[in-house]
Ligand binder design. Structure first.
Ligand code: HEM
Length: 118
């Protein structure tokens, strides 16, 4: 049986816009705070982004989150959330973590040019 699920083919997926990316990122931080029972320490790196531009300009612990020309799945942002980054663990540190579907949505958003909306 061919896999015709939406996740199997990015061209069949609904476009992803900034509000969805923000929801995913804010949501995983809310779950992280709930799990760890504290706020993230200031001074490590930014944990919240209000606009696509803020995320595109973001340098997290010395590493650019998104770089022009780098495919979504290869950006430090998506790598950090899907696997691990540099010498640090997978983000947000110690979890809970995003699902594959959610990191795919962020990658698709980057690959479509980080649109704010339709
Ligand atoms: C370029 C991508 C990223 C890099 C290089 C990075 C790097 C780091 C480093 C070096 C630490 C501190 C490690 C330690 O204390 O041992 C850290 C902690 C953390 N990061 Fe990231 N990170 C990235 C992306 C993200 C993203 C996208 C999120 C959330 C959406 C995130 C959430 C966190 C959290 C919650 C902590 C723990 C903070 C605490 O313990 O108070 N990181 N990160």
């Amino acid at each position: 049986m061919p896999d015709d699920s939406p996740a199997a083919d990015s061209s069949k997926r609904e476009p992803v816009y900034w509000p969805r990316v923000k929801e995913i990122l804010d949501g995983i931080m809310a779950r992280w705070i709930e799990r760890s029972g504290r706020q993230p320490l200031p001074g490590i790196h930014d944990f919240y982004w209000e606009t696509p531009q803020a995320l595109k300009d973001s340098v997290l612990s010395g590493i650019r989150a998104i770089e022009p020309g780098v495919p979504g799945r290869e950006t430090a942002l998506v790598r950090s959330l899907a696997r691990a980054i540099g010498t640090s663990g997978r983000m947000p540190l110690r979890g809970p973590f995003l699902s594959r579907e959610e990191t795919d949505e962020i990658a698709a958003w980057i690959d479509s040019g980080t649109p704010e909306g339709p």
